[in-house]
Write a protein that binds this ligand. Structure first.
Ligand code: ACM
Length: 709
């Protein structure tokens, strides 16, 4: 340690790198995600051959389980190239001595809290999968498929004993089909992927300001006038539910009310709080149209509407939305304002509470339980509603402490383009939660939310996957499973396995690059994608808001920012390497070399890619970022040589370089370069005592090295 400041930098870096270091030195875990509750690894493997057979028995040997086994065999055959004879697929019951024996106790029900546990034993005489329900057996089949390894030994499964059950009963993915419509095939392939990582609730956000996406017999103007023709027919809604049920997945529809109501108002302006006319909203944000809560006509309409939807959707729950009612229309309507004054409603939420009570009557009459965003939580509502927390984890704890069940989505907003580890370490019920036991039981789980302002059917998979697999692990696996480096290692494999379902998260990336550049050689663009991520949280819309071309529903979502993912892999590898070097005082030549190789590639990339960028109208905006990568990589190379050879940096070396690195943080094309933090750390380390004194280093040591958590 050359001086105390550097010591601080190194300590902070060591903390951040601990996850990586632990994984590297701990025994390799199986590549499973979500990680089962108990895994006992034996020695040796079971080889799967073309003679592989499956048998199912027990009261849970349902058509659903048989279909699940057939899908499993199809995937196994396709992945391995093994030719299973037709009998392998078709003769599943009563077969003696099968290679995989499945025993399921009973048919599972698609209800909250159904038994999804299973045990799996892989031994020399074959595999035995046991579950209380056929749904549990389906979960176990996904584990079997993840256990299969392909290598020079052939197709094998390790000897292992697994006991598994979910930590939380509500493990969901919300898909917003309003902002951009998501055709049935998008929903289906994502249901397959959900099943692969043991998620069990599809929350289908069907109605918002930008479109009404479900056919309605009673009020056809809803889908006719407020969908641009893009909506799910009733037959498609049934088809998706059947598809989901076959995978043990519940489908909870959301019809957002009383705010986010532009689509309702477009079709039936008389429902709104001001006269209109209205048109489907084309831009992003919070808008004024809100249903009129003081006219009986609203409730008559909604009673008929929800009666129809209650019959169309099977699940016990329907989601009422309830979020982000800005109250502007209610205040602007003299009758509503007078009503609120007369009733002594202090604010919008008090008025909305009345609306919610009326809605709850309607839901109850139609045999449904209500779930809504955390704005619906008001003391006094019956305790069988479920609170969906999106604004903060506190709302969930608060609801639970008052006896209300809830699920968490705050921290699982995958549309905000935060890295996987951010979501992964977000626990609905952290170990230090002060909630008493009975309140803890009310924390039912969580949902990843795929809001669709910035996704189309072409890109949506790449925003959901693979990050949602890590969220699925958070919701299924024990809370103690938190090793970030091991998670990323397993995630990489799971991401590739997920392609089996036809997901486009990996496949569309080169296609989208080719479309923009009209070129064959994508290497330089891929190098950029290795270090670039979209801007985070709600910045993307904000960055264009005042431009001549703000975002609308019809904007192209095909640019580099749409191709870039939330976990730029080379940037993460570089950050971890620099943090390790900082922690071990540049003692590991392999790390120094790995960092040097990345920096050399980045420094040289601009020269190779600049012509491609200039020749591509859709990519030209990225030229400054590409140039910045080259310049900052050059600084990084200087810093690496100084720090690793323990040469003192010349006086005055640091400040201009820090200034250049800081400037490199500016977004370009709504994307940002993710290598700045580790480069700053490297420069500070290289600068020795000058680095110790520099403000830029002190600041960065706090945020860069200590990470986001
Ligand atoms: C929400 O994100 N407005 C629920």
């Amino acid at each position: 340690m050359r001086n105390p400041m550097i010591a601080t930098l190194i300590t902070l870096a060591a903390t951040a790198a601990a996850g990586a270091a632990v994984a590297a030195s701990s025994p390799a875990t199986l590549d499973l995600m979500p990680m089962p509750r108990l895994v006992e690894l034996g020695s040796g493997d079971l080889t799967i051959t073309a003679g592989f057979t499956v048998s199912i028995d027990g009261g849970g040997a349902t058509p659903r389980l048989a279909d699940g086994v057939q899908r499993m065999l199809r995937r196994l055959s396709d992945r391995s190239g093994l030719f299973f004879p037709p009998s392998t697929f078709l003769e599943l019951t009563g077969r003696p001595a099968a290679a995989l024996t499945i025993s399921a106790g009973r048919a599972g029900a698609l209800v909250l809290g159904e038994d999804e546990s299973y045990t799996l034993r892989v031994a020399g005489d074959g595999m035995l999968l046991t579950a209380a329900t056929d749904i549990g057996a389906l979960r176990g089949l996904e584990t079997v498929l993840q256990l299969v390894t392909l290598d020079e030994r052939g197709v094998t499964v390790p000897m292992v004993r697994i006991e598994d059950a979910p930590r939380f009963p509500w493990r969901g993915l919300m898909i917003d089909a309003s902002r951009h419509f998501m055709p049935v095939e998008v929903v289906k392939r994502n249901l397959d992927a959900m099943a692969a990582v043991k998620l069990n609730v599809l929350h289908w956000h069907l109605v918002d300001d930008q479109g009404f996406r479900v056919e309605c017999l009673a009020f056809p103007r809803l889908h006719e006038a407020a969908s641009d023709g893009s909506y799910y027919t009733r037959a498609q809604i049934r088809e998706v539910q059947i598809f989901a049920a076959a995978r043990g997945i519940r489908v909870v529809p959301e019809f957002d009310l009383p705010g986010h109501a532009t689509a309702w108002a477009t079709a039936y302006p008389e429902l709104a709080s001001l006269p209109g006319p209205y048109r489907i909203e084309r831009s992003w944000g919070i808008f004024d149209p809100t249903l009129n809560p003081i006219q009986e006509e609203t409730y008559r309409f909604l009673d008929a509407f929800f009666g129809e939807m209650a019959a169309l959707f099977d699940d016990e729950f329907m989601h009422i939305g309830g979020d982000e009612n800005n109250g502007i229309q209610w205040a602007a309507n003299p009758e509503i304002a007078a009503h609120m004054a007369r009733e002594g409603y202090a604010d919008t939420l008090a008025m909305q509470r009345y609306f919610n009570e009326r809605m709850l009557e309607i839901f109850t009459r139609h045999g449904k339980r209500m779930i809504g965003w955390d704005e619906i939580f008001q003391e006094g509502l019956p305790k069988d509603i479920v609170i969906h927390s999106w604004r903060g984890r506190e709302a969930l704890a608060e609801a639970a402490s008052r006896g209300y069940a809830g699920i968490l989505s705050n921290g699982y907003y995958i549309d905000l383009m935060q890295p996987t580890d951010f979501h992964y370490l977000n626990d609905p019920l952290p170990a230090d939660s002060p909630l008493p036991e009975e309140a803890r039981r009310l924390v039912l789980g969580g949902e990843a939310t795929m809001w669709a302002e910035f996704v189309t059917p072409e890109t949506v998979d790449s925003r959901i996957w693979p990050r949602t697999a890590a969220i699925a692990e958070r919701l299924w696996s024990p809370g103690s499973v938190t090793d970030v480096a091991d998670m990323y290692r397993r995630l990489d494999r799971i991401s590739r396995l997920l392609e089996e379902h036809g997901l486009l998260h990996l496949k569309n990336r080169p296609m989208m690059l080719r479309r923009l550049c009209q070129c064959r050689d994508l290497a330089g663009l891929e190098t950029l994608l290795g270090v670039v991520e979209p801007v985070k949280v709600y910045r993307r819309n904000a960055l264009r808001k005042d431009s001549p071309h703000p975002y609308t529903q019809l904007s192209p979502l095909t640019r580099l920012v749409d191709i870039a993912g939330a976990d730029a892999a080379d940037a993460r590898a570089f950050r971890w390497t620099v943090e390790r070097m900082a922690a071990d005082g540049f003692a590991t030549p392999a790390d120094i070399d790995a960092a040097r190789q990345l920096l050399l590639r980045w420094r040289g990339n601009h020269a190779t890619v600049v012509e491609t960028l200039r020749a591509s109208p859709g990519l030209a905006e990225m030229e400054p970022l590409s140039a910045t990568l080259a310049e900052t990589a050059a600084i990084g190379l200087e810093a690496l040589e100084l720090a690793s050879s323990r040469l003192a940096a010349p006086a005055g070396w640091l400040e201009p370089r820090l200034a250049r690195l800081e400037a490199a943080r500016a977004p370009v094309g709504e994307a940002e370069l993710m290598v700045v933090d580790p480069l700053v750390l490297l420069a500070c380390l290289a600068a020795g005592p000058e680095g110790a004194a520099a403000d830029g280093c002190r600041l960065r040591a706090g945020t860069g090295a200590a990470g986001d958590h």
